[in-house]
Design a protein around this ligand. Structure first.
Ligand SMILES: [Zn+2]
Length: 207
């Protein structure tokens, strides 16, 4: 019920893609940059959006990315502003201010998680992605769109955040086994979807 008034994430995602590229940054972009403490360019924002949209046939992955990028989550810091007397601290470390950046990245309880994901990406794609939040949370990785393993890389990054969101208000840190299992399921779905599309194309070609 709390999230209902924030709008449906999928329609937010589509609006973001359909709107003509604005010359001004959206408020979610400015809020991210405020938390990061540095600026990102509009080109970086739109490249990350379109790379992520293009990487997968699965709407749920795209939606998961949008929920992060557009700051859909009611993190403790935000809840505390809405409801006076509510703790704005992180429920994992119970010390840091529970901002979007903290809940998905900065929390020291997540340090090992992201390092494991960095290793997983290195082992699967050969790419060493520096541990920076705009790379892992927002998919702004230089040269990503021309990388041969862009799809699997984006799938890993997206699943990493889906698992954190699924452990909302829990101190459980997802394991790499769970993460790889989920990425495998998505990869076989993608393969199946491509096969079906390929067959449809072949079929259409015959006629
Ligand atoms: Zn924390």
């Amino acid at each position: 019920a709390l999230t209902a008034k924030l709008g449906k994430p999928l329609s937010m995602c589509y609006n973001a893609l359909l709107e003509p590229k604005p010359c001004e940054k959206r408020s979610y972009m400015k809020q991210w940059e405020g938390e990061l403490g540095y600026q990102l360019t509009l080109a970086q924002w739109y490249e990350a959006l379109s790379n992520t949209k293009g990487a997968s046939k699965s709407l749920s992955l795209w939606e998961a990315y949008c929920k992060i990028a557009m700051r859909w989550y009611l993190v403790p810091h935000r809840l505390a502003k809405i409801y006076k007397g509510t703790s704005g601290l992180c429920w994992r470390c119970e010390g840091g201010a529970g901002t979007m950046l903290h809940m998905f990245w900065d929390c020291h309880a997540l340090g090992a998680y992201w390092t494991q994901i960095q290793n997983l990406i290195l082992n699967t794609t050969g790419l060493l992605v520096q541990l920076r939040p705009e790379h892992y949370l927002l998919h702004m990785i230089p040269g990503l769109s021309s990388h041969p393993h862009m799809v699997v890389l984006i799938n890993i990054l997206t699943v990493a955040k889906i698992l954190l969101a699924q452990n909302w208000k829990s101190q459980t840190i997802p394991t790499m086994a769970t993460l790889m299992e989920r990425v495998d399921v998505i990869s076989s779905y993608e393969r199946m979807a491509s096969r079906v599309q390929g067959q449809e194309r072949k079929y259409a070609g015959k006629w």
